[in-house]
Design a binder for this molecule. Structure first.
Ligand SMILES: [Zn+2]
Length: 293
C-alpha cells in the first residue's frame, strides 16, 4: 500500500521535530545538521525509532536544509543527492512494512529572480538533486515544507513530481488581517491552487505562528480550493523569544486538544513541527487512531 492509498483509508500520523531533538543529543548549533546526521547515524535512527514507537506512521528524513545553496554556506561539498540518499537510507532502515519515509525538503534560503539572484532553473536543479537521492534510496514520498514563496514551492513540487513519488506541498502561515498568510503574503487558496497545478498530491500547513486548533480554518480553505488530502504539522505553540532564544511551550496535552477539531474539519495527515517531541506525537497518535476506528 503506498502513501496515498494509506491516506485514502484513514488519517495518518507524521513525526515531530528533528532539529531540537538533535540539539538535545549534542549537535552544536553552528554545524550543518545534515552532515552531523550523516556522522551520527545512530542518533538519527534513535530519534526516528522514538517517533515510530510513539505512533508515527511516517517519518521525515533529516534533510530539511540539505540543498545545494544551504550546503554551500556550510562549506559542504558532498553533493546534495548523495546526502539525501544516505540520510533517507538511515530513515528507511528504521521503518517496517506499513511505515513511510518522506524525503524532506525545506526552502533554499534564496530568493528567485527578479527578487533575488537565483534563476528558476537553478532552483529546480537544486530540488531535483535532493529528490534524486530520495528516489535512489527508496523513499515512499517527498514533503516540501515550511515554504513561504509560492513560486519556490511550486518549482520544488515540480522537481519532486518527476520522481513519480507522492508529493506533499506545505507552506508556513501566520495570522494576518486577511486571515492567514505566509511571510511572502500567500493565502491558503492561492497556495492550494498553485501547488495542485504543480502536481502536489497533498496540501499542507506547517510551522509558523499558528496553533493546531487554528489550523481548522486552513483545512477548510485548502479543501474548498480542491486539496484531495491535507497535512498539518503545527509547532508546539506560538514561538516566543525568551532570553534571545526561540522557545515553544505548548505541552503535549495542550497541543493534543486541537487535534480532534482538525480531524473533524478533514485533516488527513497530522504531525508536529518545531518544539514537538515523541510525547506530543504519542498523544496526537492516540486521538488520530481513536478517530480511525
Ligand atoms: Zn517549525
Amino acid at each position: 500500500m503506498n502513501l496515498l492509498e494509506a491516506l485514502q483509508r484513514g488519517p495518518l500520523v507524521c513525526d515531530g521535530a528533528m532539529g531540537t531533538m538533535l540539539q538535545q543529543r549534542g549537535m552544536p548549533s553552528d554545524v550543518c545538521p545534515e552532515l552531523w546526521g550523516m556522522e551520527h547515524p545512530e542518533i538519527i535512527s534513535e530519534i526516528h525509532r522514538e517517533y515510530l514507537n510513539a505512533g508515527a506512521d511516517a517519518i521525515l528524513t533529516n534533510t530539511f536544509g540539505g540543498n545545494y545553496f544551504k550546503l554551500k554556506k556550510y562549506g559542504v561539498d558532498t553533493p546534495a543527492s548523495e546526502i539525501a540518499r544516505q540520510l533517507a537510507t538511515i530513515s528507511l532502515d528504521t521503518t517496517t512494512s506499513g511505515q513511510f519515509v518522506l524525503g524532506d525538503i525545506g526552502p533554499t534560503g534564496e530568493f528567485m529572480q527578479p527578487l533575488g539572484l537565483v534563476s528558476e532553473a537553478e532552483f529546480f536543479q537544486a530540488f531535483a538533486d535532493q529528490c534524486q537521492g530520495f528516489l535512489e534510496a527508496g523513499a515512499d514520498g517527498i514533503i516540501i515544507e515550511t515554504m513561504m514563496d509560492l513560486n519556490e514551492a511550486m518549482v520544488a513540487v515540480r522537481a519532486a513530481k518527476e520522481t513519480g513519488l507522492p508529493v506533499i506541498g506545505s507552506m508556513s502561515y501566520n495570522p494576518d488581517p486577511k486571515g492567514f498568510r505566509t511571510m511572502m503574503g500567500v493565502g491558503p487558496k492561492e497556495a492550494t491552487e498553485g501547488l495542485l497545478e504543480a502536481g502536489a498530491d497533498v496540501i499542507g500547513a506547517n510551522c509558523g505562528s499558528i496553533l493546531m486548533e487554528q489550523m481548522v480554518t486552513l483545512v477548510e480553505q485548502f479543501a474548498d480550493a480542491g486539496a484531495p488530502y491535507v497535512l498539518l504539522e503545527a509547532n508546539a505553540g506560538i514561538p516566543q523569544i525568551v532570553e534571545g532564544e526561540t522557545v515553544f511551550s505548548q505541552t503535549p496535552e495542550q497541543m493534543a486538544e486541537g487535534v480532534l477539531a482538525v480531524l473533524q474539519a478533514g485533516a488527513r495527515f497530522i504531525g508536529g513541527c518545531c518544539g514537538t517531541t515523541p510525547e506530543h506525537i504519542r498523544l496526537i497518535a492516540e486521538i488520530v487512531k481513536g478517530y480511525n476506528s
